[in-house]
Design a binder for this molecule. Structure first.
Ligand code: NAP
Length: 345
């Protein structure tokens, strides 16, 4: 439905360079005049935007090799968003009322070139599911790990946006045993009860990851989907079976460490074991597999409609709570994907 051009809008702006992890004190909710759209531009009223750990790396860090710009003091945050077109030039590809996805989240209204928006079709039953990071898990499993029927899969960071889909998707692709990790005993229970994980490793003081993994996977693991790195990757290498495929999707142990700039993640691994067991180690980047998104969206939509999968996510209402939601994500307080939801108008 058409609405008029906003005169002002609200955005989450970085106001200070954090020494460690950014918190709400490093952001402000700024009111800004909204510019008049130029030729070929559209105005989108955002309905949902993603709260994601990569922001830590982009804020004041040195995102070497990361295909997104650094966020400096005075910049508005950005990231995946879903919204409704409210102003579009006649003759362009969009009409007011169209739902689109784009990369200018963290603001009420986005001004974009029409070419930087992608239309939403009805592949997914709910537009918010468009913000799922499940395509990374699906791409890693199908393109690199090539999981085979009956195999044992270990997913680190299993309670996050990627991990809550990685386990169920691995199962749908034929995995025989699916093991996850989370630092929270409560989330471990949810992974077992709600998402069908067979066993969950809970790292923490006095709790050996090696011992827990040996118990969870007595015959070792065939596939690792690693979102965390650090001691969990160290332990996974020790548990690797012959011919195992390890796919590194993220590195949260370094990315969200209070010290450092969130742009590196060191881990000690037994390379002799990699050699002897013939283990393959891959880094997954969505950029290298551009065809995955469409395939994932189609299959995800089918699995959601058939009830074979769910989309675990938390909707945080309102711009006012967005900065706090990022801190909560860093603290591991949520289960699944975290999105900020804005009112329709
Ligand atoms: N390669 C790609 O194409 C691609 C695409 C999307 C995302 N990613 C990356 O994949 C990773 C996972 O993303 P996500 O969206 O699933 O993240 P997320 O939703 O923020 O999940 C974070 C989970 O990681 C755990 N965690 C947080 N800090 C940790 C720490 N210091 N040490 C160990 N675990 C920690 C928390 O688990 P517990 O509190 O439960 O322990 C939390 O549930 C990130 O590194 C992200 O940048 C990569």
């Amino acid at each position: 439905m058409a609405t008029s051009l906003p005169s002002t809008t609200h955005e989450i702006m970085l106001t200070d360079d954090p020494a460690g992890l950014p918190g709400p004190e490093h952001f402000t909710l700024a009111e800004r005049p909204f510019p008049v759209p130029g030729p070929g531009q559209v105005v989108v009223r955002n309905r949902y935007f993603l709260v994601f750990p990569g922001l830590r790396t982009l804020i004041g860090g040195q995102p070497d090799g990361v295909p997104l710009p650094r966020i400096n003091v005075g910049d508005t945050l950005f990231g995946p968003a879903v919204g409704e077109v409210v102003v579009a030039a006649p003759g362009g590809p969009f009409r007011p009322g169209d739902m689109v996805t784009h990369l200018l989240g963290w603001r009420e209204h986005a001004l974009l070139a029409a070419a930087d928006c992608a239309p939403l079709d009805d592949a997914l039953p709910d537009p918010v599911a468009q913000l799922s990071s499940g395509s990374a898990a699906y791409g890693a499993l199908t393109r690199l790990a090539q999981v085979r029927p009956g195999e044992t899969v270990f997913v680190t960071g299993a309670a996050g946006g990627v991990g809550t889909l990685a386990g169920p998707v691995a199962r749908l692709l034929g995995a025989g045993r699916v093991i996850g990790s989370t630092r929270s005993p409560e989330k471990a229970e949810r992974l077992r009860a709600e998402l069908g994980y067979d066993a969950v490793v809970v790292p923490g003081p006095g709790r050996s990851v090696d011992e827990q993994l040996a118990k969870a996977a007595p015959d070792g693991i065939d596939v690792l989907l690693d979102n965390v790195g650090g001691e969990q990757l160290t332990a996974a290498v020790r548990a690797a079976r012959r011919g195992a495929r390890f796919v590194l999707i993220g590195a949260l142990a370094g990315q969200l460490a209070p010290q450092g700039d969130g742009g590196s993640a060191l881990a000690e691994i037994d390379t002799f074991r990699l050699v002897n067991q013939g283990v393959s180690l891959y880094g997954y980047s969505g950029q290298d597999h551009p065809e995955v998104t469409e395939e994932w969206t189609r299959r995800f939509g089918g699995w959601l409609r058939s009830g074979e999968i769910t989309f675990p996510h938390v909707r945080v209402p309102g711009m006012e709570r967005a900065a706090r939601a990022l801190q909560e994500l860093f603290e591991g307080r949520h289960f699944g994907t975290v999105v900020v939801e804005l009112p329709p108008r």
